[in-house]
Design a protein around this ligand. Sequence first.
Ligand SMILES: O=C(O)CCC(=O)C(=O)O
Length: 315
Amino acid sequence: MTLAMRAAHPLPPASWPGAVDDLIATGAHVFPTLLDNQAAADLLARIKAQRAFDHSLFLTEAEFDADPQYRGVNPRPGRNLLEAFDADLAFVERAPQITQALTEVLGEGYQIMDRKVVCGVPARAVPSWLKARIEGAPVNNLGAYVKPEYRDVTYFYGIDFHQDIIDYKDRDADFLTLYIYLHPVTAADAPLFLLEGSHALGATTFPHALERTTPTTWRYADRVCAAIPVTQRVLTGPAGYAAMWHPFTLHGTQPDAADHERISLRYLIARKPGVKAGIDAVNAAINGPLRLETTRMDLAADGSAAIKGNVVRGA
Ligand SMILES: O=C(O)CCC(=O)C(=O)O
């Protein structure tokens, strides 16, 4: 960070506890205290009572080919499984460690932009015709192949390292992602792989220029002039594990290698317009673009994958 950049933004007060400091240093904050794991287990049981996370989720190949739809296949208002579980989300949304950290980073009156269930689909549930089609693709969001009535959840079979600003071209980094595990997540359950320090290059276009340097470190380049070393952190943990990250922090998942699905909650939470908050100090520490017109270059005009290649699978 340059002095000029720093001077344009408020310095954090000395009393700011961990979240802002962690976001400046690493681009992420893993909550040291777990959320109520019984509440997480209860919500998980209610979600599983509504849905079989198996092959019955998917269209047949012929059904898919009759009318391929690659866009508009994620949850949206009116088609979001979490809408039925508003009261069950208090263990997240009212947890003191969450509200305190969000207020530190995003200020008073922060707003939930999006909240949804994310499923890491286990290999055994993905039809073989579909596995063959998506092999080697960078973004395996399976929404296009799921029956329309089940598109109230986002289904992944792994996704390469990406920034969450990818879905928000021309938007400032005024939001965070909050991610919660509803059951224990081990290395076999498609845990999040996070590249600590990667936010520091600012917004860059997907797919990202990454070269592995050691089993746990990468060289990350912005394709213009800068390259930095970043450290891989695999987020494994018990039910109630919570982490949040900056929209420029690279993260991804491998396909779910377990015989069961991984179910998580994913929130996007934004500062209220005009409010000054810790995110200003986090953004002031970034040496790179703070918004992008082109956030991705991997899709064809219809939204289908136009390239192959997936770095996180080799992590
Ligand atoms: O849950 C996953 O497998 C990937 C989630 C993710 O990276 C995202 O939603 O941005």
